[in-house]
Design a protein around this ligand. Structure first.
Ligand code: NAP
Length: 525
């Protein structure tokens, strides 16, 4: 089928609906999936290099943060030598993968989406065990992964179809998009399904080959996804599956002269390191490496005096404490008009006191654990800093249990330049800041090095219009939470130290994985 026909046959892109866990049949299916996956925990997984399984003595263990004694998976770990070999094998595979028909590559993504639908609850269950996501959070992550497959499949068909150019008399001209080469795909653990799979599929569907280095906290989800890609028809040698320590083998993959681009999502520190390392030309390197770097945030919600108070309290609660505050888009600063401040704070504390915390497997819990011990320690250190910088009004410590459970924590009266109002904590800690008016609220909101997401609650149209112009973030929301971007509807990416504003899930995204070639032919008479 020609590109256009395939695209029409698929129909327009629509977001995958969430699973409704209020329905008893869905609850029992999810319970069955958790049970099934529980029986598969603790297995050994190899690396995949050049289509072959490679096992190493050096291994990493991924654990269940709700129950750290439970091992989710044991993974062979790529050494620097194996990481370099992975790049070289990906380079070899590029010679044929770049020539496969775009329709065939898109079809693999559509088939993967189908397989994910069939296995959705099982994939959810892996996320629950490996990354401490509650049922709805895990389900949203896999839903977004399905969306990425469907969206990028269609987008690839668009990019590989005819491109509009201005006619030139006497010439037959066209512009075609071609892939770049070997891409290093380096995702975080916090959207271990969606971000890992989104960056991977964007790279593959555009004809690039991939070295996938999953986060050391979530390699099992990545393995399960790679299995589905293979089942959907992806040739094994096109994707190298390479878990390993980012700080040890990550540099090798980034610096390798045959690596053509790096798609990274994670912290500012690692993103900037990759940016610097990728900029250095290595012996034998004949291109400037491209980097797609999506990094942290210090996202704010402005609650104006003309806000709907109930909606604002709910929006801040969900944005700040959903997935334990471990979203790059999480609200970590509530900037509240002084006219509403006391009422807002009282209602917010009352609301958040009711949030339940405990094992992610138990659907009664709104919050699960934070990802690992070192994250927990770092968040607790920030809580101590917060006690000196603001007024603790809720939480402030651990929740008893084996897992890395932390209380939802709120600090009031936080000065805008305090460390807990400036540095990304990446946990369930919210700073509430008082603003004397809307001007000052906007000033405070913009006064960080980041610029990822933000929201404004106000019924005043002119204030919203001002925010649309002046609130400097990549994803801005009005009268709703600042988390939960949807593929297609809310292309995602941030300004300033939040990254290169790649707008994942948007129409410009695949361009980052492509280069354009202009071909002009003189018409002979
Ligand atoms: P991270 O520590 O920066 O790690 C991200 C990835 O980089 C992991 O796979 C990690 O591997 C790897 N890595 C570490 N050092 C490396 C190196 N020197 N070279 C190459 N790779 C290296 O971030 P994280 O804790 O996983 O994720 C949380 C962060 O991601 C937060 O800052 C959050 O805001 C950000 N985030 C941003 C977005 C966005 O769209 N802007 C979305 C989600 C998350 P190891 O696991 O082996 O260390």
């Amino acid at each position: 089928m020609a590109t256009l026909e395939v695209s029409i046959a698929r129909g327009e892109f629509r977001n995958e609906p969430p699973t409704d866990f209020s329905k008893p049949e869905n609850r029992s299916r999810m319970e069955a999936a958790l049970k099934k996956v529980a029986g598969e925990l603790g297995r050994d997984y190899p690396l995949l290099i050049g289509g072959k399984e490679v096992r190493t003595e050096d291994q990493l263990r991924s654990i269940n943060p709700s129950k750290p004694s439970q091992v989710v998976g044991i993974f062979s770990k790529a050494s620097k030598e194996l990481a370099a070999r992975a790049v070289e094998e990906a380079d070899k595979a590029f010679r044929h993968w770049k020539r496969t028909a775009p329709e065939q590559r898109a079809e693999i993504l559509f088939r993967t989406a189908e397989l994910l639908r069939e296995k959705r609850l099982e994939m959810n269950a892996w996320l629950v065990y490996e990354t401490g996501k509650t049922w709805p959070e895990a389900d949203a992550d896999i839903g977004e992964l399905i969306d990425f497959c469907e969206f990028y499949g269609r987008e690839a068909l668009r990019y590989f179809g005819p491109q509009p150019i201005t006619p030139v008399p006497g010439e037959r001209n066209r512009l075609v998009y071609i892939p770049l080469g070997v891409g290093a795909v380096i995702p975080p653990w916090n959207f271990a399904g969606a971000i890992m799979g989104g960056m991977t599929t964007a790279a593959l569907v555009t004809g690039n080959t991939v070295v996938l280095k999953p986060s050391s906290d979530s390699p099992t989800i990545a393995w399960k996804f790679v299995e589905l890609l293979h089942q959907a028809g992806l040739p094994a040698e096109v994707l190298q599956f390479c878990p390993g320590s980012g700080s040890a083998m990550g540099d090798t993959v980034v610096a390798h002269p045959r690596t053509r681009f790096i798609a990274f999502t994670g912290s500012k520190e690692v993103g900037l390191r990759i940016c610097e390392l990728a900029a250095k030309v290595q012996p034998g390197q004949i291109w400037i490496k491209r980097t797609v770097l999506e990094m942290g945030g210090k996202d704010a919600i402005i609650v104006d005096e003309e806000a709907d108070l109930d909606a604002a309290v709910e929006g801040v609660t969900i944005s700040a404490f959903g997935y334990q505050g471990q979203k790059c888009s999480a609200c970590s600063r509530a900037i509240v008009s002084e006219k509403l401040y006391d009422a807002f704070l009282e209602r917010l504390v009352e609301r958040c006191r009711k949030l339940t915390v405990g094992p992610a497997e138990d659907p009664a819990n709104f919050m699960g654990p934070v990802i690992n011990e070192s994250a927990m320690k770092s968040i607790l250190e920030y809580i101590e800093i917060g006690k000196r910088e603001g007024r603790l009004v809720l939480g402030g410590g651990r929740v008893p249990g084996e897992g890395y459970f932390l209380q939802p924590t709120i600090f009031a009266d936080v000065p805008p330049r305090a460390r807990i109002a400036q540095e990304e904590i990446f946990g369930p800690v919210l700073a509430v800041i008082k603003a004397k008016d809307f001007d000052q609220a906007l000033e405070i909101a913009n006064d960080t090095e980041y610029g990822l997401t933000g929201a404004v609650y106000s019924r005043n149209r002119s204030k919203l219009d001002r925010a649309a112009e002046e609130f400097h973030v990549g994803n801005l929301y009005f009268n709703r939470k600042c988390t939960g971007a949807l593929v297609g509807g809310h292309p995602f990416g941030g300004f300033n130290m939040s990254g290169t504003d790649s707008k994942a899930g948007g129409r410009d995204y695949l361009l980052l994985f492509l280069q354009a070639k202009s071909i002009s032919e003189k018409i002979l008479s």
